[in-house]
Write a protein that binds this ligand. Structure first.
Ligand code: MG
Length: 498
């Protein structure tokens, strides 16, 4: 932001100015070029330097969060991102005929390990075509990765390329441009985003920064991906429709009940939603799409609670809180059908600063769920289901982080809200746990003290028995000496008297 933009913001939105200033002052970005960090970032190699450059150009919003990942994990996830971005560039390229695209997609996991492989035939309008032209850099860096990392990346690429190839083949050979059922929509999102989540969990586990069990969290990882992907698919409606890309399932947008609610037939084409006169019907479809995405929110919160590394947590949580804020922005917003909309910079900065632990993230989800619920109106056919979906998010927060328990600022102590009926029960439980803990501690101390006393007694007994033995030895020695002297004296006396 230039100085003039800051000045305009200060005058027009002083609160946003304060948030952005705070963010700018306190939020450090990792500099991957620092010499002391080369062992992790690989910046000292020309090929990796190129890859970091491609990450900045191709990922835009993800580059910053990827760089924040601890140690080498940032480089590994950067390469993982570039592989999938390369695959997606081929999938999206409408200038490639099916017979060319199919073998390219289905063999991408092999190409991605073939030294020097590049692809120069992408359409001239493909924004990320240069990545494929210089793909040899990515291959070179991938081949240096530990086998545990590489196995995850290749495995996910294999699954994703197969799914993308199936969808591309269907679209190009049958001429069917729409996804029909919600199951197809879910499956498509699984291929393009759910698998990304699975792979990330595998990489986190392989790095040792998260538990090995994370690699097996397939359902929750899938939900993390689906929540982001579905939010983007909703927000990008107009851009996608303009480019003849249709990801919304017909089962939702072509559903008769949304037409019937305004006395019209169901939509026949997706573009009808942005046409004048269809605003109310489009709004109902939009609500149903938001509802569909909201169903993944609780799984996302479950996933985030499993993480233990702060940098991994930030990496996963920030896109999720952005997603729920974006869903709220899209919900009941007719502008979404006309042009691309985005949450404001200050709102994004505020979310980044707050997405630091599972409790605060859960509170962010609850806030937006309440705001979505408040925006919904009873005339909407999805009204009850939206209320239930928002209620599930609130219930999740209340179950995991009950509102009557208040944490101190430092998070080290807790107090109970006296006016809440659950407080006496919680206090009694708390007291019982404390008593049990004290009793256990007392027993441990007693056991330790008894061990010390027993050890001292044993030592004393050993010392006493040693003294006694010495006494007997000395007495025996004395007797021997007396007897010997007596014998010598007796012999001498006998000799003298002979
Ligand atoms: Mg694509």
């Amino acid at each position: 932001m230039g100085a003039l933009s800051w000045l305009v913001l200060l005058v027009t939105h002083p609160l946003e100015f304060r948030i952005l200033l705070q963010y700018w002052l306190w939020h450090d970005q990792r500099d991957v070029s620092l010499p002391g960090d080369h062992a992790n970032t690989g910046w000292n190699r020309e090929s990796m330097k190129k890859c970091w450059g491609f990450l900045d150009v191709t990922s835009r919003s993800f580059a910053a969060v990827i760089k924040q990942l601890e140690g080498e994990l940032a480089r590994v996830v950067c390469l993982y991102y570039l592989v999938l971005r390369g695959l997606d560039t081929i999938e999206d390229d409408m200038s490639l005929p099916d017979e060319k695209k199919q073998p390219l997609l289905r063999n991408f996991h092999n190409y991605t390990l073939t030294s020097g492989w590049t692809f120069t035939e992408s359409g001239p309008d493909e924004p990320d075509r240069q990545l494929l032209v210089e793909y040899g850099n990515v291959v070179e860096e991938l081949r240096m990765l530990k086998p545990d990392y590489l196995d995850v990346i290749v495995e996910i690429t294999k699954k994703m390329e197969a799914g993308m190839a199936d969808y591309a083949h269907k679209a190009q050979t049958t001429g069917e441009v729409y996804l029909e059922k919600i199951e197809e929509y879910d499956l498509y999102c699984h291929y393009v985003a759910g698998l990304v989540g699975e792979g990330l969990s595998g990489l986190f586990a392989a790095s040792g920064r998260e538990g090995s069990f994370m690699a097996g969290q397939l359902e929750l990882s899938n939900s993390m991906g689906l929540f982001l992907q579905k939010t983007n698919i909703i927000r990008d409606y107009r851009e996608d429709v303009n480019q003849k890309r249709y990801f919304w399932p017909r089962e939702i947008w072509g559903n008769e009940k949304y037409g019937a609610a305004v006395g019209k037939p169901a939509f026949k084409e997706m573009k009808e939603m942005y046409m004048p006169g269809n605003e109310k019907q489009a709004e109902y479809v939009q609500s149903a799409m938001v509802l569909n995405a909201l169903c993944h929110a609780a799984d996302s919160l479950d996933y985030l609670r499993l993480l233990k590394n702060q940098s991994v947590f930030n990496f996963c949580a920030i896109p999720q809180t952005m997603a729920i804020a974006t869903l709220h922005l899209c919900f009941k917003n007719p502008t979404m059908f006309q042009r691309n909309i985005k949450i404001r910079k200050a709102e994004a900065a505020h979310l980044i600063m707050r997405s630091k632990n599972p409790r605060d993230v859960a509170y962010i989800f609850r806030e937006y769920a309440q705001r979505i619920h408040a925006k919904c109106t009873p005339d909407d056919p999805s009204f009850i289901k939206i209320a239930a979906a928002c209620g599930r998010i609130e219930k999740w927060c209340e179950d995991q982080y009950p509102s009557f328990v208040q944490m101190s600022q430092a998070g080290k102590s807790q107090t109970f809200d006296q006016s809440d009926a659950r407080s006496p029960v919680a206090r009694a439980l708390d007291e019982r746990q404390r008593t049990a803990w004290l009793e256990k501690r007392r027993e441990e101390l007693l056991a330790t003290t008894k061990d010390v006393v027993d050890a001292a007694r044993t030592q004393r007994q050993q010392e006493a028995s040693t003294g006694e033995t010495l006494k007997y030895v000395a007495m025996a020695f004395g007797i021997v000496v007396v007897v010997s002297l007596g014998s010598v004296y007796g012999i001498m006396w006998a000799i003298d008297n002979l």
